[in-house]
Ligand binder design. Sequence first.
Ligand code: SF4
Length: 680
Amino acid sequence: MNTPATSEASARTVPSACPLDCPDACSLEVTVRDGRVVSVGGSEANPVTAGYICAKVRRFPEHVHGSARIPHPGIRVGKKGEGRFRRASWDEALELVARKMLAVRDTRGGEGILPFSYGGSNGYLSQDTTDARLFFRLGASRLARTVCAAPSATAARGLYGKMTGIPLPDYVHAKLIVLWGVNPSVSGIHLVPYIQEAQKRGAWLVVVDPRRTRMAERADLYLPVRPGTDLPLALSVIRWLFANGRADHAFLAAHATGAEELERRASSWTFERAAEETGLNAAEIERFARLYADSRPAAIRCGWGVERSRSGGSATAAILSLPAIAGKFGVRGGGYTMSNSPAWREIDGMAGAGASAPSTREINMNRLGETLAIRGKDSVDLLFVYNSNALMTAPAQEKVRAGLRREDLFTVVFDPVLTDTARYADVVLPATTFLERRELSRGYGSLVLQDAPAVIEPVGQARPNHEVFGELCRRTGVWREGDLESADELARALLASSGRAGELSARLSGGGVASPIEGASPIQFVDAFPKTSDRKVHLFPADLDAETPSGLYTYLPDPGTAAFPLALISPASDRTISSTLGELHTAAAALEMHPSDAQARGIRDGEAVRVYNTLGEVRCSVRLSTAIKPGVVFLPKGLWSHNTASGTTASALAPDTLADLGGGACFNDARVEVAPASTA
Ligand code: SF4
């Protein structure tokens, strides 16, 4: 049983682990004084953390003890969106929620209830345990968690059965590193020193990104690709490898299927044709192809920027196929890294649920606004949001807002802080942060599992997720004898599902870390192999071809129009983790724009502008910069309403169309126009 630090005069340091939506999964040292968290820093327990953490989580004490915390349960007294609540006891609030759940189930059917959650915590204990049990047993609609990583996970599963990728420390061994649609300077920062060390040892760095990021500044070759055109770029490299005798046919014969069909689908993508789509020039694409073919070990770090567009699933698949075609596996520092979470496939993430998913309808979270607009027999009448700030993170923000304003929609928001979504709730419930409860979490970059105790008592009346959903199981009458309820019981069940609970528990005790079954440092095709049925790379998986509306590796043209020609991107920033910690960042956001685009529109640096399309409008200031490609504009991901003059963010301009694989979001398909605010 883990015991939180108790009130005391002198400070003490407690081990913890960061479960937030970031690949690095840092091990932490948390200093507690008088029952309050006073500082959060990195420890050495996870070697990748190496004693330091990002500036975002260094501010976590302000999050834990800040004025935005929801102090106690609340019941709405104002209009939806005003964020005015009267104080309620947990008993009153949970009784009301349970009564509403039963009323919806008994009148409209369980599918009238929609649970909505994503990566507010990536911990095993705060998602898919008692929450899943409650919603499964009520027969609620099921949520497809697709706002991020769905196309890339689908591609990685189809090609490799989600093979474990290159461990982050092994990037020091690479002679060529390709950062494709990823910006580790702001997100997943612990990769940066390994890249720098590799560069010191003579490695080449290639960065593919529409924005000249800090890593792009340090690159030997920077490819400022137009958003959504990664697929033509990757296919042109594939075509060249096959056409110029640079494909590793021996590797393909022994370890891959589908190479011929992939070669055929890439065959029309000359460098010249790819240059037209990507906005690059053919010579620099050829330089990239030659560099990649000539380098060994060569590492591709594929990020989540690639998947966020209409052809994003195919683009990710094409990028992940490159190491197989060019024979880059089998050496330390060679291959690819996408998400490393499948390294922990030995743990059944649903082991704590104690219930299986019903055959109810599945709702794609990227269509939340559309879903809430459905009325009549298929309507959602009760929305339960947790681990998510849906209004700020889902596409088509104004559709979501319209849904949340529905008077006949009963909305519950369970969160540590009063988010923009919580302002629309009928009932708000205060959740603990990860420092106020036990959490078991695994990295999806660094290959570690960690078990972090609560370091302080819950702040105010906050309660952990597993406890609140367990209580709702009881109050709705779906509780069953033998249900696991405490964090310790749930953690035991999750570890037991691995088949090596004893070993993992021993390694995790006292703030330690455990490695996955393939070890802390697997080499692809030496220690880690495809988890496909035949242990081969499937370069043209039939199921993926069938899933993509126009066929796998088919490029769909740019959605820009004469009215809305500018591509809006909204990548991660160094301020928030998705939208988590957004309450701490109240500075006004600025749209980044190339001076040539501004001049064409009569816009001056620092001026107030409106960024708009048919879905919505964002009002903010503009910052002119040559770091952004002409034709592209940039607003950071994770903004809150207080960051813009209009209270809207980039999500208001993002379409709710879906990527070609996995039902993923298409944030990078937002096409907009920008005008001085004074012209409206
Ligand atoms: S957000 Fe990432 S870098 Fe920051 S502390 Fe958490 S795991 Fe580490």
